[in-house]
Design a protein around this ligand. Structure first.
Ligand code: ADP
Ligand code: MG
Length: 731
C-alpha cells in the first residue's frame, strides 16, 4: 500500500488548485448582514421592544418576559427570512472552544398541530444537558444543571457555513446555584468593575464622563497546512502540535516569509474566511505572513472588549470551518512546530470614555495630559502589584512552549514604555517635591501629545520582546497564547486596573481632605505610584539572559510552568482582589484553578500517549524495516566476498539506527511507568506538577531527540510521518 504521506504529497498538485474564491468586492455591502444589529432590530421590533433592548444593551437593565416575547418573535422573523430553521444558545465554556446545542423552531402543539415557535423564555434561558463541561467540582455531574442565560449586550448572529443555518444567541453559562461556569460572565463583571472605578477617576478631570469601556484589538497568529498532510500526523490531530520532527534544512533563518507575498492557496482561504467574518460583523482589517514559514496573522479594528472577545472566539471557529472548503487546516496551537516561532495573540488594550476620549492617548492640554498620566501610571502600578495573577491569566500547556523560548515574551511580566515616557516618569519622580511648585506646573505643561507619536515612530522604540508594551495610545499584552480565549486575560487585566484605580481615588481623596489642591494631590499620588512600581519597567531585550538575572535581582516573579504559575489564582491576595471587585467568589476561583490544572494534566497526558503510540507504531516499524534492508545489504556484500570497507558505512548507519531504536523504545517504556505513577496522585495540583516534571520534562525532549535522529537516518521512502519541510513548505 502506498503510504498516506506520499499520497498526500501526490495529491497536492490537484488540491493546491484549491477552491476558487468568488467573493463580494465591497466589504460594506456584506458587513454585518448575518448579525441582528440595532439597525436590524429597529426594523423587526416594535418601539417598546426596541427601546427595552437598547436600554438593556447600554445600561445592563433586565428585559421583562413580555418584552422578551416580542424580541424573540422579531428575531425569529428575521432569521426565518434568511432561511434559518434552528437556533442555539452560543456560549464560551471553560474548555476554550465555543459551544452550541441546536434546537429547531419546529414544535408540536398540544392538539397535534406542527408550528414554528421561539418564545421569550427560550430566548432568555436554556438548560442544556451540559454535564460534561468542566466545572471544577462546582456542579456535581449527577445534578447536571447548568443554565445558559441570554446576554443582550452581544448581538445575535446567524452561523451560515457548511450545512444549515443557525441562529446563535450569545449567552453566559452559570450553575444552578449561580456560580459562573464560562469565560464571558466574569469578563462582564470585570468590565463593570472597571467602568465604576474609571468613571470616578475620570470625574476628577471631566464631570461629563458617565461611562468607561475597555477596548480590545487582538492579533491572531496561526499556521496553515494541507489537510491531507495534517491527517497523516496523528500528533497534530490529537494534540495540535508535532511531538516529533527534525528541523528542516531551511527554517525561518532567511526571514523570507515575513511580510512576503501570500501563497495563492492560502490567499484564497484568507479572503474566504474574511468574507464570512465580515458577514458576522467581525471588522477584520489586517492580514500578512508572519516570521515562520506557513505562519500568518490577522487583526481586526479594535472594539469594546466583550464584543471583541466574542468575535475572536467566533473567528477561530469560522477559520477552522472555512479551511475545510480549501482542504487546508488551521493550526491555532501556540507551538505546533519545534525550532521555529510559535503563535501568540497580542491583546491591544485601552479604555475609552463616553465623551470620546481614549484614556491611554496622551492629551492635547495640560489637564488631559494629567488624565493620561493618571491612567498610564495606574496601569503600570496594577501590572506591578498583580504581575503574578496576570502571569497566571495566560498560563496553559501550549503557552509554556512559547513563553521563555527565545522568540516570545518571557514568563517574567515587565512593562515597556519607551524612552520618552521613561523620562517623563523620571521627571515626575524627581521633581514633584513635598510642595507643589513651578516645576510641577512645568511637568503638567509637557506636551506629551506632540512628542510621543514622534518618538514612537522611531523603530528602536518598538520593543518586540516585552510581554506588556505601551504602543503610543494603548498597551499591548503580548504574552497571550494563540489558542487562548482573550476573556481570561482581559478579565484579569481589567479587574486589576479597577482595583488600582479605586485605591488611587482613595489616596487622592485623603490628600484632598487634608486640604491639598486636586491637581497637586493627583501628582503626589502619581509620584508615589511611580516609585512603588518602577521595578516592573524594563526597556531592554526581554529575551536576553541578562534580563533573567536582572529580574531575579529586582524580585520579579518568573514562573515558567503552568502548574506553578496557576498558584497565583488562589492566594489570599487573589481572593481578596476578585471578591472585593465582585468578579469571582473564592469558590469560583478555586474551581477555575482546579479546571486549569485539570486541563494541563489532560493536555500533557494526551501528548505523552500520542508520543508513545507514534514511537511504537510509526517510528519503530519504519526504522526496523530500514534496518532489515541494511542487514540484507551488508550480509549480501559480505557473502559475495567483498571487503569490509564496502559496507562499513552501512554498518555504521545500522549501528546508529539500532542504538536510537533501543534508546527511544526504552524511554517510552519508562515514560509509561512515570505516567502511571502520576495518574495515581489524587491532588490535582500535585498531579499537574508531577506531569510537568516527571513526564514532560523528564522524557519528551529525550524521546524526541532519538526519534528525530532516526528521521535523518532512515530511508525517506520508509518514513510514514510527513516531514517538517513538507508540512511547512508544500501547499
Ligand atoms: P502591530 O502588528 O504593529 O502591533 P496591528 O495593526 O497588527 O499592529 O494591530 C494593532 C491592533 O491594535 C489593531 O487591532 C488595532 O485596532 C488595535 N488598536 C488600536 N487602537 C486601539 C485602542 N485604543 N484600544 C484597543 N486596541 C487598539
Ligand atoms: Mg502587535
Amino acid at each position: 500500500m502506498e503510504s498516506l504521506r506520499f499520497k498526500a504529497i501526490n495529491d497536492l498538485t490537484t488540491n493546491s488548485n484549491g477552491h476558487p474564491f468568488e467573493g463580494a468586492t465591497r466589504i460594506t455591502g456584506i458587513f454585518g448582514e448575518n448579525v441582528f444589529t440595532l439597525k436590524t432590530a429597529r426594523e423587526f421590533l416594535s418601539d417598546e421592544a426596541y427601546k427595552s433592548l437598547l436600554t438593556s444593551i447600554r445600561g445592563g437593565k433586565k428585559i421583562d418576559r413580555a418584552v422578551a416575547n416580542q424580541i424573540s418573535a422579531g428575531l425569529r422573523q428575521w432569521a426565518e427570512a434568511k432561511g434559518v430553521t434552528h437556533f442555539t444558545h452560543w456560549f464560551q465554556p471553560l474548555t476554550g472552544a465555543s459551544a452550541e446545542k441546536h434546537d429547531s423552531f419546529f414544535t408540536i402543539k398540544s392538539d397535534g398541530t406542527p408550528i414554528e415557535q421561539f418564545d421569550g423564555d427560550t430566548l432568555i434561558q436554556q438548560e442544556p444537558d451540559a454535564s460534561s463541561f468542566p466545572s471544577g467540582g462546582l456542579r456535581a455531574t449527577f445534578e447536571a444543571r447548568g443554565y445558559t442565560a441570554w446576554d443582550p449586550s452581544s448581538p445575535a448572529f446567524i452561523m451560515d457555513i457548511g450545512y444549515g443555518k443557525t441562529l446563535c444567541i450569545p449567552t453566559i453559562f452559570v450553575s444552578y446555584t449561580g456560580e459562573l461556569l464560562d469565560y464571558k460572565a466574569p469578563l462582564l463583571k470585570a468590565l463593570e468593575a472597571l467602568n465604576k472605578s474609571a468613571v470616578d477617576v475620570c470625574n476628577y478631570f471631566d464631570k461629563n464622563v458617565t461611562k468607561v469601556t475597555a477596548t480590545l484589538g487582538w492579533e491572531q497568529e496561526y499556521f496553515v497546512m494541507d489537510e491531507a498532510m495534517f491527517n497523516c500526523r496523528p500528533d497534530l490531530v490529537m494534540s495540535g502540535r508535532t511531538v516529533f520532527g527534525h528541523p528542516p534544512a531551511k527554517g525561518q533563518q532567511l526571514e523570507d516569509h515575513y511580510f512576503g507575498s501570500i501563497p495563492e492557496r492560502v490567499y484564497s482561504f484568507m479572503r474566504d474566511y474574511e468574507q464570512e467574518a465580515y458577514k458576522l460583523g467581525i471588522p477584520l482589517r489586517t492580514r500578512h505572513n508572519e516570521v515562520a514559514p506557513a505562519q500568518f496573522e490577522c487583526a481586526p479594528i479594535f472594539e469594546e472588549v466583550s464584543v471583541a472577545v466574542d468575535h475572536n472566539t467566533l473567528l477561530m471557529d469560522v477559520m477552522e470551518r472555512v479551511a475545510r472548503r480549501h482542504k487546508l487546516k488551521v493550526l491555532l496551537h501556540e507551538k505546533p512546530f519545534a525550532g521555529i516561532n510559535g503563535s501568540g495573540k497580542h491583546n491591544n488594550w485601552s479604555m475609552a470614555t463616553d465623551t470620546g476620549v481614549n484614556l491611554l492617548a496622551p492629551g492635547k492640554t495640560p489637564k488631559t495630559n494629567l488624565m493620561f498620566l493618571t491612567f498610564f501610571v495606574n496601569t503600570i502600578k496594577a501590572v506591578h502589584d498583580y504581575a503574578d495573577i496576570l502571569r497566571a491569566s495566560i498560563a496553559s500547556a501550549g503557552n509554556d512552549h512559547r513563553l521563555g523560548a527565545n522568540e516570545a515574551p518571557p514568563a517574567i511580566i515587565s512593562v515597556f514604555i519607551g524612552q520618552y515616557l521613561s523620562k517623563v516618569l523620571a521627571d515626575v519622580k524627581q521633581r514633584v517635591g513635598d510642595k507643589f511648585d513651578e516645576q510641577d506646573e512645568a511637568i503638567l505643561k509637557l506636551d506629551l501629545h506632540r512628542s510621543i507619536p514622534e518618538l514612537l515612530l522611531d523603530n528602536t522604540d518598538r520593543n518586540r520582546t516585552s510581554p506588556f508594551a505601551f504602543t503610543g495610545n494603548k498597551f499591548e499584552f503580548r504574552a497571550v497564547g494563540s489558542t487562548a480565549n482573550c476573556a481570561n486575560p482581559m478579565t484579569i487585566l481589567n479587574t486589576i486596573l479597577a482595583d488600582t484605580l479605586r485605591q488611587f481615588k482613595k489616596d487622592v481623596d485623603s490628600l484632598i481632605e487634608k486640604g491639598e489642591k486636586k491637581e497637586i494631590a493627583i501628582m503626589h499620588v502619581i509620584r508615589e505610584y511611580i516609585v512603588e512600581s518602577e521595578k516592573v519597567l524594563f526597556e531592554g531585550d526581554g529575551y536576553s539572559e541578562e534580563w533573567h538575572a536582572e529580574a531575579k535581582k529586582r524580585g520579579l516573579p518568573n514562573i515558567p510552568t503552568t502548574p506553578l504559575a496557576l498558584d497565583a489564582m488562589v492566594t489570599e491576595k487573589a481572593k481578596h482582589l476578585f471578591e472585593s471587585n465582585n468578579v469571582y467568589s473564592h469558590v469560583e476561583l478555586e474551581a477555575r484553578h482546579e479546571i486549569e490544572l485539570e486541563k494541563y494534566v489532560k493536555k500533557v497526558q494526551i501528548e505523552a500517549r500520542i508520543m508513545g503510540e507514534l514511537a511504537t507504531s510509526h517510528i519503530l516499524p519504519a526504522a526496523i524495516r530500514y534496518q532489515n534492508v541494511l542487514i540484507t545489504n551488508i550480509t549480501g556484500l559480505k557473502e559475495i566476498g567483498l571487503a569490509e570497507s564496502t559496507y562499513a558505512n552501512q554498518k555504521q548507519i545500522l549501528e546508529k539506527i539500532s542504538e536510537h531504536i533501543d534508546k527511544a523504545s526504552g524511554m517510552v517504556e519508562k515514560m509509561i511507568d512515570a505516567r502511571k505513577k502520576c495518574n495515581a496522585i489524587t491532588d490535582t495540583r500535585e498531579k499537574a506538577i508531577a506531569y510537568c516534571t516527571d513526564v514532560k520534562e523528564a522524557y519528551f525532549d529525550q524521546i524526541r531527540y532519538h526519534v528525530d535522529k532516526l528521521e535523518l537516518l532512515v530511508g525517506d521512502q520508509y518514513w510514514l510521518l510527513p516531514k517538517y519541510r513538507e508540512m511547512l513548505f508544500l501547499r
